[in-house]
Write a protein that binds this ligand. Structure first.
Ligand code: PMP
Length: 449
């Protein structure tokens, strides 16, 4: 291997070189096969090597790949916008295209603030968010993210937006019912708005199912309905960050569809282009666009690659593939099977505190003591060990580590392509089980468990 000049996630570590992918499998240049048990970063949701997408990519590239949005619109971007307007609920009809989830949430933040400015209420410029949340790595998005580990280094540069507790059913107060707990968590938003002053608050942002910072943490039913009520009562916009949950990942088109709640702004990324091109979006309501149109008429956001025809054509082909192969329905069906298999693992293996999830977005949380739910310290690196062991055995899973900086243990996300079959899920579970058993044994030998 020649010397590398590429900055890798872990400096000094050697990574295998990818060769190709097909379906749920990835192959490295040594010929080793991996099950992509998390679509990379919960991204490759239609599987690898889909011909139709490659063809759409080539066809658009033959016409034109790049035309700047200040100069041209395109058939591809208009068709994609129309498809998203068709899919999105309520009057979420207008899409601002960007290239990453962080850009999408930061654009949502900016549009929410601008909306209140255009309405003549410029003091409404703060965003409320939750601890144990992740909305992106750029400064605005990180300001909204209650991911302790990812914030730590930059705290002096960030707004202190994260304010309220996440709904975290596994660790709810003993004896409290799920619905009572959901309401208690949602009511924290009302308290926060009253504390800050409704005239200072532009929006509240939340992930429908907590992803990278918690490991597929599903809120109690009723939680988001109450959040919607509170936002309406105090004239606070509700931003649903569907970057991870959108486009069928949780078994419905959007995560929020599980509770019939329509946000004012919604962000998409990851599954929107399923890894075939960088693509993400901020979708907003008619009301927001009408207000800004009547005001300055110009949204103060955007990036060089926003709405480029090449990425739009690829994303459109991905959404068409999802529709054609009924992958949202498959996600619900196979996801229920995946969760059932993970729950059986959790029954069997003492290292697993809880198996949880919705559709094809599932997670496992590791604990030192199942009865007391005592967490391992972050330094024990339990989830990282399970991930490393799985990788060695040919299974890729995603970390959910450090969201609460060790306070609540660490977790993994299992979120394979929505195309996965039952027998492939069995194969995935068999490897994961072996990996967890190996880590359990190692921890026992070191008297850490
Ligand atoms: N929001 C959510 C809910 C996410 O899961 C992520 C990525 N894990 C982001 C935003 C940021 O997306 P990106 O990494 O594409 O910037």
């Amino acid at each position: 291997m020649t010397r590398s000049y590429v900055i890798k996630p872990e400096l000094g570590k050697t990574y295998p070189y990818i060769s190709h992918g097909k379906g749920i499998y990835l192959y490295d240049q040594e010929g080793k096969r991996y099950i992509d048990g998390c679509g990379g970063a919960v991204t490759a949701s239609i599987g690898h090597g889909v011909e139709e997408v490659a063809e759409a990519m080539y066809a658009q590239a033959q016409k034109v790949s790049f035309a700047y949005r200040s100069h041209f619109s395109s058939d591809a971007v208009e068709a994609l916008g129309a498809k998203l307007a068709e899919w999105a609920p309520g009057s979420l009809n207008w899409t601002f295209f960007v290239s990453s989830g962080s850009e999408a949430t930061e654009t949502a933040q900016k549009i929410a603030i601008q909306y209140w400015q255009e309405k003549g209420r410029p003091t409404k410029n703060r965003i409320i968010s939750r601890w144990m949340s992740y909305h992106g790595i750029t400064m605005g998005a990180l300001s909204m993210s209650g991911h302790v580990l990812r914030r730590k280094r930059f705290v002096p540069l960030l707004e202190d937006y994260p304010t309220i507790s996440p709904p975290y059913p596994y660790r709810r107060p003993e004896g409290m019912s799920l619905s009572e707990y959901g309401l208690q968590c949602a009511n924290e938003l009302e308290a926060a708005i009253l504390r800050v002053g409704a005239d200072q608050v532009a929006a509240f942002i939340a992930e429908p199912v907590i992803g990278a910072s918690g490991g597929a943490v599903v809120p109690p039913d009723g939680y988001f309905q109450r959040i919607r009520e509170i936002c309406d009562k105090y004239e606070v916009l509700f931003i649903a960050d569907e970057v991870m949950t959108g486009v069928g990942r949780t078994g419905k088109t959007f995560g929020m569809d599980h509770w019939g709640v329509v946000p004012d702004l919604m962000t998409l990324g990851k599954g929107m282009s399923a890894g075939y091109t960088p693509m993400a979006a901020t979708i907003v309501t008619d009301e927001i666009i009408e207000t800004i149109t009547q005001g300055s008429g110009l949204i103060m956001a955007g990036h060089t690659y926003s709405a480029n025809p090449q990425s739009a054509a690829v994303s459109l082909a991905v959404l068409q593939y999802v529709e054609k192969h009924q992958l949202i329905e498959k996600s619900a069906e196979q996801g229920a099977y995946l969760l059932q298999r993970l729950e059986a693992l959790a029954e069997e293996l003492p290292l697993i505190g809880e198996a949880r999830g919705l559709g094809m977005l599932c997670g496992l949380e590791f604990v030192r003591d199942k009865a007391t739910k005592e967490a391992f310290p972050l330094s024990a690196g339990v989830a990282s060990k399970v991930i490393a062991k799985s990788f060695e055995k040919g299974l890729i899973i995603y970390p959910a580590i450090g969201g609460l900086d060790g306070v609540a243990g660490d977790a993994i996300i299992v979120a394979p392509p929505l195309t996965i079959t039952k027998s492939e899920i069995d194969e995935l579970i068999a490897i994961l089980r072996e990996a967890i058993l190996a880590v359990q044994q190692d921890l026992q030998e070191k008297a850490m468990f």
